[in-house]
Design a protein around this ligand. Structure first.
Ligand SMILES: NC(=O)c1ccc[n+]([C@@H]2O[C@H](COP(=O)([O-])OP(=O)(O)OC[C@H]3O[C@@H](n4cnc5c(N)ncnc54)[C@H](OP(=O)(O)O)[C@@H]3O)[C@@H](O)[C@H]2O)c1
Length: 316
């Protein structure tokens, strides 16, 4: 049997990386094996990945030497950064630099970089339709990722730029699920107006990434944008209501109102939704479910995702 190629998966205990590790180990006849890169090899999540059959190694995205060791001997790597662990765009860029340099050092043949748009290319800082945040960003957790793209290309690292979408899992984990309104009914709140929000099951991102690795050199140097479905707030609320067996309404607030909600990251997310709303033609236009399905034939629609996950959505 030919030796299998190692994919070192950063963030392997998280949503994106975890999905990729599970996709690789499930693909028993495939050409790849998974090396899960985690901070603590003894955590429950890390042990669960080892039990599935993944190699588990320790590295911290803050520590370049540890990344070099984690990438050594690998064919490729899945690179993701963790904005919500620190809320610092500068750290996110520094972490992306560490990943790109370690990939270069290890001579990797293929890097999939989980990125997002630098929204300042559409909304320059001088455009006051949305506030500038942290001095030089419009959507900090997007802008830093897009700003970091060139770090991979500048080093000549063979990279695929993977533009991901809003995880439907945010309705479970990120506080975005239906909330009770004063009249006792359920509502989801998003400043998307009547525009479409590209969404995806987080688990499907890793499966699409495996499709990219499997395609060999086809996507190297290219940007691939994925979504499971692009749905309006009304469509999302209707699907939630159908799955939960209770009516869910769509509370289409303004971006200004959303930014003022006061939770950590509210301004960033308010600007993010406004960007997706104001540039729907571009943003939902490039994220093509057909492309995602060609990479991952098991790609879920929102309805399919809800059928599996509705009971995990916390309701007050
Ligand atoms: N939520 C969404 O809708 C959405 C959509 C598109 C993109 N994103 C982006 O996805 C990224 C997060 O990815 P995710 O959702 O897959 O992560 P996640 O599920 O939130 O998991 C966090 C991961 O971060 C790892 N981690 C944290 N600090 C680390 C460090 N210093 N070194 C190494 N690993 C570290 C943790 O690993 P250990 O603790 O095991 O080491 C854990 O696996 C964010 O940048 C976010 O902007 C999110």
């Amino acid at each position: 049997m030919a030796t299998k190629k190692i994919i070192a998966v950063v963030g392997a205990t998280g949503a994106q990386g975890g999905g990729l590790v599970r996709a690789i180990v499930a693909d028993k006849r495939g050409a790849f094996v998974a090396r899960a890169v985690v901070r603590d090899v003894n955590s429950e999540k890390a042990k669960a990945l080892a039990k599935l059959g993944a190699e588990v190694v320790a590295a911290d995205i803050e520590d370049p030497r540890s990344l070099e060791r984690a990438f050594e001997g690998a064919y490729g790597t899945y690179c993701v950064t963790f904005y919500w662990a620190h809320f610092s765009p500068e750290k996110e860029v520094a972490h992306a630099r560490n990943l790109a340099q370690a990939a270069k050092h290890a001579g990797l043949k293929h890097v999939v970089w989980s990125t997002l748009e630098d929204t300042r290319k559409w909304v320059p800082l001088s455009d006051d339709r949305m506030p500038t945040l942290m001095g030089k960003y419009k959507v900090p957790h997007f802008d830093a990722k897009g700003e970091a793209d060139h770090l991979f290309t500048d080093l000549g690292v063979p990279t695929t730029f993977l533009l991901t979408s809003f995880y439907w899992d945010n309705f479970i984990h990120f506080g975005m699920g239906p909330k009770k309104t004063p009249d006792g009914k359920l509502a989801i709140t998003m400043p998307m107006g009547d525009k479409k929000l590209p969404g995806i099951a987080a688990e499907d991102i890793g499966r699409c990434a495996l499709g990219i690795f499997k395609a060999g050199s086809e996507y190297i140097g290219k940007t691939v944008a994925i979504a499971g479905e692009c749905l309006t707030g009304l469509q999302i609320a209707a699907a939630l209501g159908k799955a939960l067996g209770r009516p869910v309404t769509y509370n289409a607030v303004t971006p200004e109102a959303y930014r003022s909600f006061g939770f950590p990251g509210a301004e960033d997310l308010g600007n993010m939704f406004q960007f997706k709303r104001d540039f729907e033609n571009y943003f939902a236009g490039v994220r093509k479910p057909d492309v995602a399905r060609s990479l991952n034939p098991a790609l879920q629609t929102f309805e399919q995702w809800l059928a599996k996950n509705k009971d995990r959505i916390p309701l007050e």
